[in-house]
Design a protein around this ligand. Structure first.
Ligand code: AKG
Ligand code: FE2
Length: 298
């Protein structure tokens, strides 16, 4: 565990292959897979009115995690020990939800066009009400998870669990190692390619750029990833599609006690603000679909 915690401290990110029972994860995946007609039927039609706010599952609010048993994760002694080291033993789960990576073949045409033109990654506004108990993503531009917690503490981490085997075609997450050292920056980020293909360059002022190593998170069912609220990550928009799709489980877990723990060493700020500027009226910071930073050439 010490080694893993050291890696987490250094990289702002760590992955575990052996914390969870693979069979239990697959079983959960199969239960979820049978739960609804995954595909085009999930979405409203072109003439229906999209639900532009409050369309995602909340804590105790239209959330599929409340209908399944996640004890094998929540009560896993090793996970609890790791979280206690990072956040202290009074950590709190702010939110747990399932995230589904939507293959292109599920999308109605109007939505395909919308995604190409604008930056739409979270599709829930276009999902029928009864199916909004999970979050549907169609790739996601690089961001820090502090993005949704403006004026709040950034002393939290994301724990991301793959419930089925995820390959490069299934919109895997991509992470920029050590990017938490930038501190909390507003979305959208100044990111450019590096000569070295394994890296991307990020800047806080759009003048000085620093290189960060990219890692594609492909893995087996039961793979657990943790990253800080200021670690840059996103998910790929695969150019070639495959029928299989990814259902992951995403936890946001925050520190509650005052005593300093590992997360305080890693993130210097406490309260963060201006976590996103793309919604400003000026439109200057709007992110066009084509400018999204994660595409895979597969
Ligand atoms: O699963 C994805 O495609 C992106 C998820 C993500 O970044 C998040 O839930 O914070
Ligand atoms: Fe995220």
């Amino acid at each position: 565990m010490k080694k893993k915690l050291n890696a987490f401290e250094k990289n702002g990110f760590v992955s575990f292959t052996d914390l969870l029972n693979q069979k239990e994860c697959r079983k959960l995946f199969n239960t979820l897979k049978k739960d609804r007609p995954w595909g085009k039927k999930l979405f409203i039609s072109k003439d229906d009115k999209p639900q532009m706010s409050k369309s995602n599952p909340g804590k105790g609010v239209q959330n599929l995690v409340d209908k399944v048993n996640l004890e094998f994760i929540d009560e896993n002694p090793r996970i609890k020990a790791i979280l206690s080291e990072i956040l202290g033993d009074e950590y709190e789960i702010m939110l747990a939800k399932f995230v589904v990576a939507v293959p292109k073949s599920w999308l109605p045409n109007y939505l395909k066009k919308l995604i190409e033109g604008n930056y739409v990654s979270n599709l829930n506004s276009y999902v029928k009400k009864e199916y909004r108990d999970v979050t549907y993503f169609k790739g996601s531009d690089f961001h820090m998870d502090s993005i949704d917690w403006n004026n709040k503490s950034n002393k939290f981490i994301t724990m991301y669990i793959y419930l089925n085997k995820v390959d490069k075609y299934m919109s895997p997450l991509h992470i920029l190692k050590k990017s938490h050292t930038l501190g909390c920056l507003p979305y959208p980020h100044n990111i450019r390619n590096s000569k070295d293909k394994e890296f991307l360059e990020v800047s806080s002022d759009n003048k000085t750029f620093k290189k960060f190593k990219k890692e594609m998170l492909v893995g087996e069912a039961g793979q657990v990833y943790m990253w800080t609220s200021n670690t840059l990550h996103g998910s790929a928009l695969a150019k070639r599609e495959k029928e299989n799709f990814r259902i992951s489980l995403r936890y946001l877990i925050k520190k509650r006690n005052k005593k300093k723990t590992l997360i305080d060493k890693m993130l210097s700020q406490n309260k963060v603000n201006n976590t996103r500027v793309d919604k400003s009226k000026s439109n200057k910071s709007r992110v066009e679909g084509k400018n999204r930073r994660i595409y895979t050439n597969v």
